[in-house]
Design a binder for this molecule. Structure first.
Ligand code: AMP
Length: 216
């Protein structure tokens, strides 16, 4: 299977698609957002430094995130999904260096497209279970928990990410347009970019993704 890089705006479904690929095709999933939130929860030196940056919707420094990414990528055996890296051209260049060093190729860059208003609606309703990590959405009837604010699967109180609000969304979306979207042009030159409309039913999205990642 191909190694995947997602280039996509916030709340476009990178995590949901990654879970599907991990469960069905044995992919390794590296989410740089999850790595950073892990550092915050551990209250590590890095975690203390980045807490306010993440809350405000800005990107953390390239050095911090590249080091974390590299440490995790070196541990992986098998195909991987990069969810959240690279977020700018400098990170794309650093990633090329790391992949050359560990002799990895067979890459596909998947560009998830979805209208801004749909993303905003998703992000402002997004909640998840801190215990079993099940995801829900208060703005989407089919994704609401049975009892408001409580996990259907383990009865834990659901939580909202500190950066999932309307104000921070605007900053994150603008950062995506200014810094991350231009990374597509970097990969377009290599002929490895595939785009997919993710404002559709999940089963249709999963089918298209499956075809993309098993291309020869
Ligand atoms: P995500 O979970 O991908 O939405 O990321 C949440 C937040 O983590 C982002 O808004 C950034 O503050 C930070 N972050 C995640 N990945 C990166 C990255 N590659 N470079 C810089 N900041 C990042």
């Amino acid at each position: 299977m191909k190694n995947i890089i997602f280039i996509a705006p916030p709340a476009s479904g990178k995590g949901t698609i990654s879970d599907y690929l991990v469960n069905n095709f044995d992919y390794n999933h590296i989410s740089t957002g999850d790595l950073l939130r892990g550092e915050i929860n551990k209250k590590s030196e890095i975690g203390l430094k980045i807490n306010d940056i993440i809350k405000s919707g800005q990107l953390v420094s390239d050095d911090i995130i590249t080091e974390l990414l590299k440490n995790n990528l070196l541990k992986i055996k098998g195909s991987f999904i990069l969810d959240g890296y690279p977020r700018n051209i400098n990170q794309a260049i650093k990633l090329d260096e790391i992949l050359n060093e560990i002799k990895v190729d067979n890459l596909i860059v998947i560009n998830l497209t979805v209208p801004k208003d749909v993303l905003k609606n998703r992000i402002t309703g997004r909640i998840s279970c801190p215990n079993c990590h099940a995801g829900y959405n208060e703005n989407i009837p089919s994704l609401m928990p049975k009892q408001s604010g409580i996990c259907d699967q383990c009865n834990t109180t659901l939580e909202k990410r500190s950066d999932d609000n309307a104000e921070t969304f605007e900053i994150r979306y603008q950062t995506y347009l200014d810094e991350t979207k231009p990374v597509l042009a970097y990969y377009q030159d290599q002929g490895i970019v595939r785009s997919i409309n993710v404002d559709r039913a999940l089963n249709e999205i999963f089918n298209d993704i499956e075809e993309m990642v098993s291309e020869d």
